[in-house]
Design a protein around this ligand. Structure first.
Ligand code: FAD
Length: 281
């Protein structure tokens, strides 16, 4: 028999998580798909469940001069409705699922599900986001790039719950996001790019480029970005082919029911080229 736990507060959630081997259930939009054997049948969980989606501490959104802190159970709708969150953070979230999925799906769930196609992830990678993981023993802060280790794999320990996502704030004037799917909404990503830069009349600075759904984890290479950072716009054309060839090595998609690896790679490179050429204007 499967037990369900509905903790009173986050502290109690951590205590239960420490004692019981449980699935953490936030919005349940991923878990419900994974644990429903067939459409129309009941959910079938192999271990106990702890609900956390109702915990108000996990819905808090705090903004300081330098950072935004988003509680792991903030839903996409809550984030999109928050007028203090910049548009460049919201951009990929508008495209997640449908209104009903955005109303219950959470940012923390998207991160902890750790799918290469998770649509918040390229944005969180590009913005150097950090995660606060808590257990009854205390908390640790991990960069998102170090958190996800493979498709649906991460370093969360059995007794830990993701509490907060910290996103450093910065002014970018070049913002580029494209999600390619089978249709416009309620679609799983075939490939996506989330890219940012600060440009002035002559120079390109602070370039960040991240891809989703084209390798076992989202992709970001600070090493390649450093070759673009600080250069004159007039010098970019001369290095574009070299930059693209370096990303061609990193972009390693798979064939699946949604797309082919050739299509995914070709489109990803075209989008990258488009972003880089936009920097010239
Ligand atoms: C019809 C449909 C359309 C969708 N469309 C998209 C889409 O366009 N883009 C996209 O990226 N995703 C999409 N999804 C997937 C899903 O909605 C998102 O990944 C969502 O963010 C998951 O959040 P959740 O709160 O529902 O997670 P849950 O299902 O509750 O949990 C997901 C996983 O994370 C773990 N978890 C959740 N919260 C925490 C926490 N705080 N600490 C530790 N572990 C935690 C759970 O144990 C589970 O393993 C779609 C899903 C459906 C059903």
């Amino acid at each position: 028999m499967v037990n369900t736990y509905i903790p009173f507060d986050f502290k109690e959630a951590l205590e239960i998580k420490n004692l019981k081997n449980t699935f953490v259930f936030a919005g349940g939009t991923d878990l419900s798909v994974k644990h429903r054997p067939w459409s129309g049948t009941n959910l079938d969980f192999s271990k106990d469940i702890i609900f956390i989606g109702h915990l108000s501490e996990l819905h808090e959104i705090k903004i300081t001069n330098d950072d935004i802190f988003i509680g792991s159970c903030a839903t996409f709708t809550e984030i999109l409705n928050n007028i203090n969150i910049p548009k460049y953070i919201k951009l990929p979230l508008y495209n997640i699922g449908s209104p009903s999925i955005r109303n219950i799906g959470t940012l923390g769930g998207n991160i902890c599900n750790s799918s290469p196609a998770g649509d918040s992830l390229p944005m969180l990678y590009a913005l150097d986001s950090e995660l606060e993981l808590c257990s009854i023993d205390g908390s640790r802060t991990i960069k998102i790039i170090d958190f996800i280790t493979g498709p649906k794999e991460n370093i969360l320990k059995d007794n830990e719950i993701l509490k907060n996502i910290k996103i450093p704030l910065k002014n970018f004037n070049s913002i580029y996001y494209k999600k390619i799917g089978q249709r416009k909404s309620n679609t799983i990503t075939k490939t996506s790019i989330y890219a940012l830069a600060v440009t002035d009349e002559s120079h390109i600075k602070d370039v960040r480029i991240a891809f989703g759904a084209v390798s076992p984890t989202p992709i970001r290479s600070k090493q390649i970005e450093s070759q673009i950072n600080g250069i004159k716009k007039s010098d970019l054309t001369g290095i574009i082919d070299n930059i693209i060839s370096q990303y061609e090595i990193l972009i390693n998609p798979i064939d699946d029911i949604r797309s082919t690896k050739e299509y995914r790679k070709k489109v990803s490179i075209n989008l990258l080229k488009n972003f880089l050429l936009n920097l010239l204007t």
